[in-house]
Design a binder for this molecule. Sequence first.
Ligand SMILES: *Cc1c(COP(=O)(O)O)cnc(C)c1O
Length: 404
Amino acid sequence: MKDATAPGRTDFEATRERFHLPPGQIYLDGNSLGPLPKGAEAMMRRTLFTEWGEMVIGGWNRADWMGLPDRLGDRIGALIGAEPGHVTVGDTLSIRVFQALAAAVAMTDRKVVLSDSGNFPSDLYMAQGFLRNFRSDMTLRVVEPDAVDEALTEDVGVLMLTQVDYRTGRRHDMAALTARAHQLGIVTIWDLAHSAGAFEVDLAGAAADFAVGCTYKYLNGGPGAPAFIYVAPRHADTAHTVLNGWLGHADPFAFEPEYRPAPGIARMRVGTPAILQMRVLEAALDCWEGVSLADLRARSVALSQQFIGAVEARCPGLELASPRDPEMRGSQVSFRFAEGYGAMQALIARGVVGDFRAPDIMRFGIAPLYVTEADIDGAVAHLEQVLSDREYLRPEFRARARVT
Ligand SMILES: *Cc1c(COP(=O)(O)O)cnc(C)c1O
């Protein structure tokens, strides 16, 4: 489903106003954890006091808590080009990767799952754990991101990729790789963790088989917000399930002793949905009201180009780690710098928040719903100071914290 909002009309000052952004801070880490949507507070008050407080167990029906995973799924589906009724929400992304992989490998007799070294480790770990324990006849083949195309061969059964590389922001061409995979009889799984809410995605147009993603990055659903899963309509009633929780059953309240998968995306539900977290996500999805995804993308590219140009002009020593061509990028910009950890800590102390990924990547998320040109200017000015004063060498900035 395409976004219905006409391009050229999005008011990004208004969308920025929808978030609580800590005063005095320049927040460029929305690719890791989006900021608090202002609407979350009223939403939570209503959920806690009007729904849970007054309705107690009646909330499952009266407030339709039970329908929330699918309602939110459709709202996310509109941002990722999914057909209505084919996305559901719940559990964590790691769990969703496991589910999608189990369903995909059940559709092939081939023995290879192909992924790339730009994939997020949790996706690769889940694949290793799944194959080792349940499909020891299969192997995981991991190639460099640039080599994926030529690694699509007829022994590959499943292609499992994260569309945007979490370190470099490099973006795979989902439509082209999916089309090539399908020519060769390969089932595709796309992880949209750094795509959903970052730019236009067209799952239906690409004819992707499965997709998964999280909602706490560019979708701003809050720490630990639930993940989503998409199953293409053509697989919806046959997709294999392994996490056979009662809410994925065709008739959960019949309490039958044998599992029967529900038709459609409901079979990917597992257990009781986390309603409180889902209500925060609902408030976060309200922030997309009136947003054209074409405008979002144009703004993301403009801000990213502004940032790259200014850093390269004023911050010698930093090397662009992201593709230079915007078409090849998601909505983040990364630079390599040997003292990147210390430099990022020094930046954070100055109120410019990005993050660091080992061994030497400084990441800056460009979330167009709330990042401004002034943020980019300010971030570059601070970065220039951190480098020219060698602030990154200070001992307090070099000591590693648990979360980087
Ligand atoms: C952020 C991210 C994850 C995190 O998974 P969780 O289960 O939500 O912790 C997994 N995969 C990718 C590609 C990610 O970007």
